[in-house]
Write a protein that binds this ligand. Structure first.
Ligand SMILES: *[C@@H]1O[C@H](CO)[C@@H](O)[C@H](O)[C@H]1NC(C)=O
Ligand SMILES: *[C@@H]1O[C@H](CO)[C@@H](O)[C@H](O)[C@H]1NC(C)=O
Ligand SMILES: *[C@@H]1O[C@H](CO)[C@@H](O)[C@H](O)[C@H]1NC(C)=O
Ligand SMILES: *[C@@H]1O[C@H](CO)[C@@H](O)[C@H](O)[C@H]1NC(C)=O
Ligand SMILES: *[C@@H]1O[C@H](CO)[C@@H](O)[C@H](O)[C@H]1NC(C)=O
Ligand SMILES: *[C@@H]1O[C@H](CO)[C@@H](O)[C@H](O)[C@H]1NC(C)=O
Ligand SMILES: *[C@@H]1O[C@H](CO)[C@@H](O)[C@H](O)[C@H]1NC(C)=O
Ligand SMILES: *[C@@H]1O[C@H](CO)[C@@H](O)[C@H](O)[C@H]1NC(C)=O
Ligand SMILES: *[C@@H]1O[C@H](CO)[C@@H](O)[C@H](O)[C@H]1NC(C)=O
Ligand SMILES: *[C@@H]1O[C@H](CO)[C@@H](O)[C@H](O)[C@H]1NC(C)=O
Ligand SMILES: *[C@@H]1O[C@H](CO)[C@@H](O)[C@H](O)[C@H]1NC(C)=O
Ligand SMILES: *[C@@H]1O[C@H](CO)[C@@H](O)[C@H](O)[C@H]1NC(C)=O
Length: 799
């Protein structure tokens, strides 16, 4: 009902935009697109004529009615207040001073952060039986929770989105099934209950989407595959016999298979733009999405809260009681690379599962090295093949490093034909190197990790027989080739599917890491979940590799990234939402964080990609443990107002902020609480120069009734909790405790020496080099326990 005028309006705008480019070539040339953010609507109800008001501001900024025509991209008018438009920089300046405007920022691109996983998370026994303890059982598989995926769209024919056995669409659903290229209302059903696409922000920067060169669909249909994969991971039905080329065979399962799916296509070839993302948030909050899953974002330098559509949109979603889950990014192992760091977001890192796809290289000297691969083709098994190092098989026109990494057009077919080629990992996509080798006539590929890749091995659906080896194994292979020269030979074995691999989880090297470069006193990421070699549904419009020359089509694909771990957590959030309909987003996040584990399946500490102990900067509070999250005992809850005060605490105070959450009488109070006191389920103190006391409030939801604090202080830091024991009398009761930290000399035990007084709370934190260096930080844990429940929080401190 609500969508018809909006769609009409959007259609109208598209035609304006076309007219505009022709009419104002000069001004458009110097213009870019901006988002004008105005907080919430001042009163509960959206004022009628809000688009006229946005239009009026636009006219005032550009000067004349005629000049304003065709500039507007979106008027955000459901929940979020504001608009996006094509503007000159001085128009943008002018707008930022107008009444009600909170911030004006450029429309920039974010990147995509490119099933056995549920069994590994202990929702199901290997027999397929579910225990009554399983969150799947308790939450009835996420029945009727609505999960919104912001991604590349969906392949609606995938079995994962069949609606067999689903009841009517929940009546609170306000969304729509937006039609377009190869997408009709018949593509939505009682499972895939809504789908929309948002393209104006993309086109304002890149010009009209070239449908013929990209093969894209101007509709919610997924060309890329990423959105189909993430959607089926979060909420896909159980599908029997899912596999890629026969590997990983089993049942494909989403986290909350009885939840409903709503798709918001905001990503196009070249990026996911702020203006489109914000429009999708504005629609999805109003549509009634309960859980938002965004496998996209940007790495450092991070935009501050008021220049980031994901931070703003998620703030409004969380303020409306919805849960927002985002990927941490794939910029690891670089420290301080984590993105999507706002405290109201659940930020997800990626780690391995206990399933691998081993494939070995046997060398002519009899030695063999086991890597991994998902290539579906085999070498003829009766002989060894000549083995050549790509750097030695390059064309004379190519330089050594480009040849060694098998860049397109660098290999000499006469030196490669019929041979297995050893290429170095790096710069170009891993599967592209296989295509380069195949094109040059090679028989197989050995993909060698470089030292920076460490032991992380990603199983890719290579286009020819191939395997990937760790950096240490790569050294032996290179040495062998160097010694044997032209007599070097090798064989690549066909991959197997191996279950029960120790030690899992292990952090993926690519998973972006803390510390948090924007708000170092909020520990990020929050949790980790499976993100390595994940099997899920795929588009039938593209190959399993992103290679245009790969003409294979598959119904399922195995891919890796924090993009894959994010929807796992969104699925768990949907289950918790089904089980506890009244819990706040912060409560759901707290339940997942405080019950997460720091140990692998060998009961050893979780390791990083170089087989060293990982830290909370890798995994946050740990690896999600859904069954435990269903019974957390205590919660660190937080309200929309707490997050509002956090924004005040960043030092941002102007009158326009009174409109941020939609209640007109609420500006920043004069005594803003310290950022450290945000009721977060972890502790991060980037500046500990003396005694520092922070407070937290726990909400009692089970167990006990008495909980006591168990401390594992970080090295060189004293920690005290007061009171150290809390007794609750009734469910829902809240109690506050204080935790004091102080730097301690190396050999000092027990008592603290004298240090200067506690510094006053600062406004916006100043992030210096020391803060961004992981080795400056020490880690510990605070755990509240009643003997059964463990309510655990990581502590990170620079002493
Ligand atoms: C709040 O928004 C309304 C319009 O929605 C505007 O008239 C008012 O000036 C804004 N308040 C402030 C303090 O900017
Ligand atoms: C999309 O629709 C066009 C026109 O009906 C058709 O030719 C094409 O095959 C369709 N593409 C896909 C991937 O379904
Ligand atoms: C779209 O791409 C095709 C193929 O690359 C090209 O021939 C065509 O000129 C492009 N169209 C526009 C409008 O750029
Ligand atoms: C659906 O739309 C109505 C009318 O605009 C609104 O009152 C309601 O809050 C919306 N539902 C949800 C779940 O947001
Ligand atoms: C690799 O070597 C081990 C012995 O070191 C042997 O047991 C195994 O069969 C070999 N694998 C292959 C594929 O040759
Ligand atoms: C070798 O290949 C032949 C034919 O391609 C096949 O029948 C045989 O099973 C293979 N042997 C092994 C050990 O893979
Ligand atoms: C090698 O060639 C590639 C592209 O072919 C280029 O990007 C790179 O800068 C070159 N490296 C050196 C060291 O010249
Ligand atoms: C190859 O071996 C020679 C000595 O035999 C050594 O000097 C050279 O550094 C080696 N090259 C590589 C790439 O390992
Ligand atoms: C693993 O941790 C060690 C020690 O902190 C560090 O030196 C190494 O770079 C880390 N490796 C990765 C891949 O994160
Ligand atoms: C923010 O501004 C309001 C009025 O503009 C003022 O009352 C309040 O004290 C300010 N808060 C801070 C923390 O400066
Ligand atoms: C810091 O706090 C601890 C624990 O409350 C206390 O023992 C110590 O005396 C305090 N030190 C200073 C300098 O205040
Ligand atoms: C921080 O590090 C950068 C790069 O390493 C350096 O250029 C800069 O001077 C450093 N700043 C401080 C304050 O040490």
């Amino acid at each position: 009902m609500a969508d018809k005028p909006l769609r009409f309006y959007l259609a109208l705008l598209s035609s304006f935009l076309l007219v505009n480019s022709a009419m104002y070539p000069v001004s458009v040339a110097s213009a870019s697109s901006y988002i004008v953010y105005m907080g919430s609507h001042a009163h509960e109800e959206v004022p009628s004529g809000i688009d006229a008001y946005h239009q009026e501001l636009l006219v005032r900024a550009v000067g004349r009615q005629e000049d304003a025509e065709g500039r507007l991209l979106y008027s955000y008018k459901n929940v979020i207040n504001g608009f996006s438009a094509v503007l000159d920089p001085h128009h943008a300046d002018r707008l930022s001073d107008m009444p009600g405007v909170v911030a004006v920022f450029p429309n920039r691109a974010h990147r995509l952060h490119t099933t056995r996983s549920w069994e590994f998370l202990d929702l199901e026994h290997s027999s397929g039986a579910r225990s009554p303890r399983s969150l799947w059982t308790k939450a009835n598989l996420g029945e009727d929770v609505i999960v919104g995926m912001f991604d590349t769209g969906v392949w609606p024919e995938a079995e994962s989105f069949d609606d067999d056995g689903f009841g009517p669409i929940p009546s609170r659903w306000n969304g729509t099934c937006q039609t377009g290229m190869n997408f009709t209302t018949a593509n939505c059903n009682r499972k895939l209950i809504g789908a929309r696409y948002f393209l104006k922000g993309y086109e304002a920067v890149n010009g009209k989407l070239n449908v013929s060169s990209t093969g894209e669909f101007v509709s919610p249909r997924d060309k890329e595959g990423h959105g189909t994969h993430t959607s089926s991971t979060a909420v896909g039905n159980f599908v029997k016999g899912a596999s890629i080329f026969g590997f990983a065979e089993g049942m494909a399962k989403g986290g909350a298979p009885r939840a409903r799916l709503a798709v918001y296509k905001v990503c196009w070839p070249g990026g996911c733009y702020d203006a489109d993302i914000l429009a999708a948030f504005d629609a999805a909050i109003h549509d009634g999405v309960d859980i938002f899953s965004l496998s996209l974002g940007s790495g450092p330098p991070l935009s501050n809260f008021f220049s980031d559509a994901i931070a703003i949109g998620s703030f409004h979603a969380v303020s409306a009681g919805r849960v927002v889950v985002c990927s941490a990014g794939n910029d690891g192992p670089t420290p301080a690379s984590v993105g999507n760091v706002a405290p109201w977001i659940i930020t997800v890192a990626a780690s391995s599962m206990d399933r691998s796809f081993p494939s070995s290289v046997v060398l002519g000297d009899g030695s063999n090295y086991t890597g991994a691969s998902l290539s579906e083709t085999r070498l003829a098994n009766d002989s060894m093949y000549p083995l050549v190092y790509a750097g030695d098989a390059r064309l004379s026109s190519a330089n050594e490093s480009a040849g060694a990494m098998c860049f397109p057009g660098t290999l000499d077919p006469t030196k490669v034909k019929g041979k297995i080629v050893a290429c170095l990992r790096g710069v170009t996509p891993r599967v592209d190197k296989g295509s380069v080798v195949k094109e040059a006539g090679g028989a197989g590929l050995v993909l060698l990790n470089q030292p920076s890749d460490a032991d992380e091995i990603i199983s890719d659906p290579h286009i020819l027989p191939a395997t990937q080896l760790s950096a240490s194994q790569a050294q032996y292979v290179l040495k062998y080739i160097n010694q044997s020269r032209s007599s070097a030979t090798a064989f690549v074995t066909f991959p197997k599917t191996l279950l029960g691999a120790k030690f899992a989880p292990q952090m993926a090297s690519f998973s972006s890491q803390g510390p948090n470069s924007l708000y170092p006193d909020i520990l990020k990421p929050d949790v980790t979940a499976p993100g390595l070699n994940i099997l899920a549904a795929w588009t039938e419009a593209s190959a399993p590799t992103a290679d245009a020359d790969d003409h294979r089509r598959v119904k399922f694909n195995v891919i890796s990234g924090t993009s894959m771990s994010c929807p796992h957590v969104a699925g768990v959030a949907a289950l918790l939402r089904a089980l506890y309909p009244t819990w706040s987003p912060a409560a759901i996040k707290s339940a997942m964080m405080t019950t997460a584990t720091h140990h692998d399946n060998g009961m050893q500490p979780i390791l990083n990609g170089s087989m060293e102990e990982a830290t909370p900067f890798n995994y946050g509070a740990g690896h999600v443990n859904p069954n435990a999250a269903a019974d957390p005992g205590l919660l660190y809850d937080a309200s929309a107002n707490d997050y509002f005060l956090f924004i005040c605490g960043l030092g941002y105070n102007r009158s326009a902020l009174t409109n941020l959450t939609g209640s007109t009488d609420k500006g920043c109070p004069s005594d803003v609480p310290s950022l450290l006191d945000l009721n977060y389920p972890s502790f991060s103190l980037s500046k500990l120069t003396g005694n520092r006391t922070v407070s937290r409030t726990l909400t009692y939801v089970g167990g006990g009734p008495t909980y006591r604090a168990v401390l594992r202080p970080p090295r060189a830091v004293g920690v005290e909790v007061v009171p150290s024991q809390l007794s609750f009398t009734k469910l829902g009761e809240k109690q506050t405790f204080h935790i004091t930290f102080w730097p301690r000399r190396r050999h000092e035990k027990g008592t603290a020496s004298s240090f200067q007084a506690v510094p006053p709370p600062t406004g916006s934190p100043v992030v210096d080099n020391d803060t961004l260096t992981p080795s400056s930080w020490n880690f510990g844990y605070l755990t509240w326990t009643d003997g059964t429940h463990l309510v655990s929080s990581p502590i990170a401190v620079i002493p």
